[in-house]
Structures are given as C-alpha cells and as structure tokens.
Design a protein around this ligand. Structure first.
Ligand code: ZN
Ligand code: ZN
Ligand code: FE
Length: 764
C-alpha cells in the first residue's frame, strides 16, 4: 500500500520546439513506464505536464525528460514547481489549449526519416510508394501551419479526413504517428496529379514512373514540394539544362542538383565528414561542395565553378522520383529569375507555364513559401548562404530581451526579423525586393510571423537607403500606424548581426565587406572597418573613395568600373592590358567624361567593386550575368595557386583620424604582373592574399588605436571561401578573437537581425 505522505506532485512547463516533434507521446511513454499519473498538454506557449507519484520516481522522470527527448525537440527551458497531489488514477494526454497572446517555437520542416523511408519502399506496407508519408519525426511543419497550437485544424491538412487506420495511429500514444498532424495514407491523404503546361491531366496511374520517363526524355517538370514548386530536369543532360536556363532567364547562376543518396553525392563531389553530416541532417539543405572531375553532372549546372550545390531528397516524393529516374536531377526554385517561388497549383501553371513542360503537383496546400536553404562548410562549421526551409523560423537567441521591433531587412536577399523576449525570429529568405511579387511575399510573411508568434511591432528598423523597398515599406507603415522609425546604417547592421548571433555586445573591430551599402555621407560604402557595438559605430578605416563610372552599369560591366578606377587614380590604361578585349569604341571617352566631370559616377568604397575591378583588370571576367560573378571567377582562378604567391602593396592615408586604404599601388602592381605575363592564377591568388593582409593590418592599426582585440567579420564578400579562410587564419594567429556568422548568412540575409539589435539600443 502506498503511504500517502510519500506521494508528491509537480507542475512542469517545457519550452522550446516541443510541439509537432513527438514530445507528448514521449512524455506519455516516459510517465506510464514509471507508473506515474497525471497529464500532458500542448498550450500556445509550452508543453504543460503534471505528474504525481513517489518523489524519487518523479526525479527519474525529470531526468529522462531532459536526456531522452525525441531527436527533433529543442528544449529551451524546463520549469518545475511543486504542487498538491490530486489523486490522479492514470496518465493522459489532454486536448491542446489555445491561449490568447501566448506563443511558442514552431518546428521547421523536416526531411523524411529512416522509418518512413523503409515504409515507402516496402511493398507490403500500406504506404508503399505513397508520396506524402510522414510521422512525428519528419514531414511538413512550418509550410503547412496557419496558426498555433500546432494541431491538424490549424494546418492545410484540415481538408483531409483521416481514415480509420490513420485515425488509430494518430490516437495511439505508442504509435510513431501519434498526433502526427499531417498523418495521411493513400486511402485518405493528398494525391498526386500530373498535368501538361495547359493544366490537362496526363497519365493515370504510376505518375511517378510517368514523370521519370518524361525527365529521361529531356523534359522540364515542375514538381510541387514543401515550400513551393521546384523545376526539375535531368542534371546529366547538357541540352535540357541549357533549355531550362533559357526559359528561366538564368544564363549562368549555378543550379542545385538533387541526388538519390549520400553515396551518390560522393560520386559527384568531394564530401567531407562535416558535409556528409549536414547533407543528411533533418534540415537537408543544399550544400556547396567541391565538384569531382569525373562527375556526370552537365557543365551547364555551374559553368566555370569548382563547387556544385547538392542536396538529398527531403520528401517521399523526391525519394520516389530520384530512384525511379535513376539520375541526378536539377532542382531549382520554381520561378522566373528573381521572382518568389511559385506556391499554388494555379499560380504555378500561370507563372511557370512557359518554363515547365509538365507539372507534378498535388492537392495538399502550401501555406508558407519556402526556398531550399543553401549552406557551405568552412572550418568544419556549417554556414548559411541562404537560410530558409529546414531552419527558419527557428529563432536566433539574443543576448538581451528585445523590444517589439520589426527589422525590415535589406533590398537584396531580404529577410525580416521579428523578435520576442530573447528570441529573434529571422524569416526565411524572401528574395530580392525588386518586383511586386516579392514585396507581396514579404508583406504576407510578416503577417504570418506576427500571427504565429503573437508579435505586434512598435518600432520599425530600416536601412538608410531611401530607395530600398523595405525602407519605403517601413516609412509608410510608420506613418499609417504611428510607429517609431529607427534608420540603421547597412554595415553597422552587418556587424551587429554578427555580434548578436555570437551572443556578445562588443565593442569590436567590425570588418564589413560587401558590394553596396548606403553610407551616412550618402556615398556607397562597402570596404568598411568600424568600431562598433549595438549602440553606435565609428568608421575607423575604409577603402578610398573612387568613382563608379556609369553607376549600375559599372556593376554589370566590371571592365567599366576598372577603367573608371584607373582613370581616377591617374593610371594610364595601357592598350595591351587584357581588359581591352571588353572595351568598345568610344567607351573610354564616355568613362573619362564621367570620371572627370563627375557625372553619373557615384563615389564608392566598396570591396565588392574592388574584386570586380581586379577580375576585369586581369582579364578574368569583364561582364557579369549574375551578382558577384566576377569576384567568384577571381576566387575560382586563385584557389589552387593560392598558398605561396605573395602580396601586392597598398597604402594608408590618415584623414582626420580615419585610415584611408589607398589602392593605386595595388592596381599598378597587378598591371606590372600582367606585363610580366604572370599567370592569372597567381595574380588572382596574390590579390586574395593582399585583401587578407589588408584586413589584418587594418585591424592591427585600429587595435593599436583603440586597444580592441576582437574582430567581427561580416558582409557578402566573406562568402568568398578563400578570403574567409585566409582572413580568419591571419587574424587568429595575430591574437585576435574572431567572430563569424553561423546562424544567419554573412550576406544581406543577416541585415534584419542586426537592425533589430541596433534598434533595441537606439535612443528613440
Ligand atoms: Zn517519419
Ligand atoms: Zn489514411
Ligand atoms: Fe551588405
């Protein structure tokens, strides 16, 4: 007989990603296994538990709660308080409780788990070849959720009524599909449909086999995935890839490839252990890896590049399709150049009808548009190039409690950031804000995040650039709803983002290197060394101002930027320079005019432009087809020869206490190398060495002036892996503590996080 005095009861509140990940069944099994009584319940802010039993057993339960939690759960906090025993007779799972104003973390979408994979390929399983198989450990989450708590009626699965078999799994706490909200089977769940570009159904059964045949016949098929449609074609078929590029208006930017398995990935790329781990992780991102020369993937996938972006199948549909096709498939966002990814069936037909020959679609609606995440591994650490599916909206933990701010982000690679408490909800990649569709996606996604996380921003942080669409959005909204505005300088935001995700407050030497950012003096900044914390920054050093002859045109045509730089620096552009192959009759005169008369020649201190200029000057690339292509080619040219090729000179000038980095001697030295017929690989390598050395020496100068020994690296230029590696190594061996990005991209995708951090410390 139990002595009543031995019985105690505790209330437990578990916070984190604990819903939609099999947490309640786990609690149920843990409690019943220990013969404890009570209940567990999902609420809008946490998972609440009451357990009653012997104190020592309750201790065991609490230890198990931490140690044995399901793989996809992210426990942030477990709060335990003592209560009065209530004489429970059993342990039960109580219905979810929705509470006004409360919020919780929502799981990102999760790649198909091993158990589900076995079922899909098991001819005796009732889900054999079923494309929408999922369980509590895998499947769609954020892309189908319209509100919290995460229960079926709040998802786009609400239109499907579970059959008795599915219902039984769903209600059995011992089943892998207990309360798996998207649970479905061929009897009751979503179904595939294959249609042509006019929307006319083709094929009747075995649509996956039909699709595989089409793909093997060089057709382009739009495949509806988790966060939108992806465009697929045979990645080994050069002409199919080229056709896709033509139709998508994407002449050269690399395309992602999906391969069936990890061993398959290793046939195409050199896959390190860390890369293998990342590829097979629940987030299942595209990982940019070094391509093997023997790879059968068409050259048109990533022309001229040493890296190729691979991902593994992350839905049952992908697994089935990849296995059936037996070839690697291009899987690129279903959009026309820079528009957002197409989501709905009708929308896809309308927008992708001119690109895809066929559409493999289904009747499970997508709520949130999501692109695939893109990552690299540098120094054994996974880093984001684009953060979306599988990661957002998992928050970045802030080193402070945030005010209700909306960080509106930058113009390109836009994300926004909505914080609550010490969580910064950085949105998925929204895109380049240059068209109405992307703006609409931005506005709708802000509305979704506000609703899901119950956030009502009172302060709007925006970029200084008056022409950025997110800036205009912030100003209009502030006026309409009487909200406060905090303008944030672009490079200050870069550095603040790096500080925030590293949980530190600064001040640091912030090295912010990118292509374009509006400066406080109205010039275009981008080669910036700041002394910064969240509150303020001073510009301690920067690349000298030079005219960008022709403005935007010089970005598309780096040889024009190069000629402008040479003329402004008083270096005569010798006609023997390889650069001349790009120059047309009369162009030099136009550029000279622009530079001398200061017409359409905005001043810039951009590091991105300096890379362009070096690439053009060396004859490596004078015209670009996608952003940063010249800098990327310069990195590709350098790579293998990089180790021992020396550095070019550069100089400093003190201007009212600011260190101006002069690059005339650098460009002259490149020209000298060109005249000596030094191989391009050496010139490119030497240039990278020089920029790394410039970063080191400038940081050392600022360190001497300020005593700071910590540096934060941010800005899109650090996507250059060679430069990133060299800079970190040099700085660390000189004794600097170096902060780098790992939770948000170093490019403008991280700006919104920095804006939020700065707005929290701004005097308003
Ligand atoms: Zn599963
Ligand atoms: Zn069913
Ligand atoms: Fe930037």
């Amino acid at each position: 007989m139990v002595n009543f005095t031995d019985i105690s009861l505790v209330h437990v509140s578990v916070r984190g990603v604990v819903q939609g990940v099999g947490f309640r069944p786990f609690v149920y099994q843990l409690a019943t296994g220990l013969n404890l009584r009570g209940w567990v319940q999902n609420t809008s802010e946490d998972v609440k538990i009451e357990v009653e039993g012997e104190a020592a057993i309750i201790e065991k339960f609490l230890t198990g709660l931490r140690r044995k939690a399901p793989p996809l759960a992210h426990i942030e906090d477990i709060a335990v308080t003592a209560g009065t025993p209530a004489n429970y007779t059993k342990f039960e799972i109580r219905p979810s409780l929705a509470e006004a104003g409360k919020y919780q973390l929502v799981s990102p979408d999760i790649a198909t788990c091993q158990d589900c994979l076995h079922e899909i390929f098991d001819p005796f399983d009732r889900r054999y070849r079923y494309a929408f198989t999922n369980c509590t450990n895998c499947g769609p989450r954020f892309t189908i959720i319209a509100d919290i708590p995460y229960d079926r009626p709040n998802t786009t699965m609400r239109q499907f009524t579970m059959c008795p078999d599915c219902r039984e799994e769903y209600e059995n706490p011992l089943d892998r599909r207990f309360h798996a909200q998207p649970n479905a089977c061929p009897v009751c769940g979503p179904q595939l449909e294959l249609v042509d570009a006019k929307g006319k159904p083709v094929g009747e059964d075995n649509l996956i086999r039909e699709t595989a045949i089409l793909l093997r016949e060089s057709k382009i098929v739009a495949v509806k995935g988790l966060g939108g449609f992806l465009l697929a074609c045979d990645a080994t078929d050069q002409s199919a890839v080229k056709l896709l590029r033509r139709r998508k208006h994407r002449p050269a930017k690399p395309l992602a490839v999906m391969v069936a398995s990890l061993p398959e990935a290793k046939k195409h790329c050199e896959v390190s252990e860390a890369e293998a781990k990342l590829l097979t992780s629940p987030g299942s991102p595209i990982v940019l890896m070094r391509r093997r020369t023997e790879s059968s993937v068409a050259n048109a996938i990533a022309p001229g590049l040493k890296y190729v972006g691979l991902m593994l199948p992350y839905t049952p549909l992908h697994h089935l399709l990849l296995r059936e096709t037996g070839r690697p498939l291009v899987m690129t966002s279903g959009n026309l150049s820079e528009e957002p990814i197409a989501r709905d069936n009708d929308e896809a037909l309308r927008r992708l009808g001119g690109i895809a020959d066929f559409f493999l679609r289904h009747n499970r609606d997508i709520y949130a548009r999501y692109d695939d995440s893109v990552m690299i591994v540098e120094q054994d650490i996974p880093r984001f190039v684009r953060r979306a599916r599988g990661y957002a909206p998992y928050p970045v933990k802030l080193p402070f409690q945030s005010q209700p701010v909306l960080g509106c982000g930058a113009e390109e690679k836009n994300t926004f950031c909505l914080p609550r408490d010490n969580y910064a909800f950085v949105s998925q990649h929204i895109g380049d804000m240059e068209n109405a569709e992307t703006l609409e996606h931005f506005v709708n996604t802000i509305a979704l995040y506000k609703k899901l996380f119950r956030i009502e921003p009172r302060i709007l942080a925006h970029d200084l650039h008056p022409e950025y669409l997110p800036t205009k959005y912030a100003k209009e909204l502030a006026e309409k709803e009487n909200l406060k505005l905090v303008p944030v300088q672009h490079h200050h935001a870069h550095i603040a983002a790096c500080l925030a995700e590293n949980g530190t407050a600064g001040p640091v030497i912030g090295v912010a290197l990118d292509g374009t950012g509006y400066g406080t003096d109205g010039h275009i900044w981008g080669g910036e060394f700041l002394v910064a914390d969240y509150k303020k920054f001073t510009r301690a050093a920067h690349l000298e101002y030079l005219p960008l002859a022709g403005g935007a045109l010089a970005i598309k045509k780096p040889y024009r930027a190069a000629l402008g730089y040479l003329l402004a620096l008083g270096i005569k552009p010798d006609k023997k320079l390889p650069l001349w192959k790009y120059v047309k009759d009369g162009e030099l005169e136009i550029i000279r005019d622009q530079v001398e008369k200061n017409v359409n020649a905005p001043l810039t201190s951009s590091m991105g432009r300096l890379f362009d200029v070096a690439a053009a000057l060396a004859g490596i690339r004078g015209l670009i087809q996608y952003e940063a292509q010249a800098a990327i080619d310069l990195e590709m040219a350098a790579d293998d020869a990089a180790t021992e090729s020396g550095v070019y000179p550069f100089a400093y000038e003190d201007k009212d206490g600011v260190n101006i980095i002069k690059i005339g001697v650098l460009l002259e030295a490149i020209i000298k190398d060109l005249k000596k017929r030094t191989p391009k690989a050496f010139i490119a390598a030497r240039f990278h060495n020089t920029v790394a050395q410039m970063i080191l020496e400038t940081c050392q100068k600022i360190s001497t002036q300020t005593g700071l020994k910590e540096a934060a690296l941010s800005g899109g230029v650090f996507q250059n892996r060679l430069l990133f590696r060299k800079s970190v190594t040099l700085l660390e061996s000189a004794g600097f503590k170096v902060y780098t990005h790992r939770q948000v991209p170093c490019n403008d995708g991280g700006i919104s996080l920095g804006q939020v951090a700065i707005a929290n410390f701004a005097e308003i």
